[in-house]
Design a binder for this molecule. Sequence first.
Ligand code: T5A
Length: 225
Amino acid sequence: MTGCFISFEGGEGCGKTTHIALLAERLRGLGVETVLTREPGGTPLCEAIRGLLQFDAGGEPPTPEAEALLFCASRAQLISNVIRPAIERGAWVLCDRFSDSTLAYQGYGRGFDLASLRALIDFATGGLVPDLTFLLEASVETRNGRLDARYGTGVGADRFEREEDDFHRRVREGFEAIAAAAPGRIVRIDTERPLEETAAAIWCEAERRFAPFGADATHKEGSPC
Ligand code: T5A
């Protein structure tokens, strides 16, 4: 009996946290054991790493190399303590960001060699890849508007949100390239639409792939949507 593993990816403010919560709520309403977690984070140790990564630790920001290693350290811990046990007992695991973020941000954004990063990711994950990934997309203007509404105009909350526009452009192009290389796993979702329409598109894809829902969820062809 194995469960399934879905990740949500995209730039800041694209709606991951909102839509992952809506999907979890809907699955739980059907009686499906659903584990909602996030990266970096999801365990006490990983949440501590998240704090170090998002906000300069005591005024000492991590070097780009340390940053990549910390993201992967958090991932290894989360997989071992949360994700693998949940999948093995038949739960659905929904993860807010996963390895694609490391490729997009540290690879395309920071400029690290992609092959070396993939080797590092493989070491951290033991080869675990999501069954399905939703790449949520919205224009920079829309995403900035959402972040401004949350934090106040022009004020980025963390180290990544404060990065220059060019960094975010490279990250966006990175996600596009990653999605183009894995069309069977990664589904691009436009979040410029009203929230309910976006949630319906996500639900439709999950249902198309995995219905009937439950512990024995298997990939099924033929969309009812
Ligand atoms: N990172 C992470 C790396 O560099 N490498 C890695 O390997 C990993 C794993 C983590 C940071 O770390 C970096 C990337 C990140 O910068 P995070 O908290 O996961 O940080 O990421 P953020 O993207 O910053 O999270 P946010 O909460 O800012 O963005 P979300 O989750 O995409 O957006 P969400 O759902 O909070 O929505 C933003 C607002 O928009 C509103 C919502 O109500 C909300 O207020 N909204 C809509 N949301 C969705 N659809 C619509 N139609 C909406 N209309 C308004």
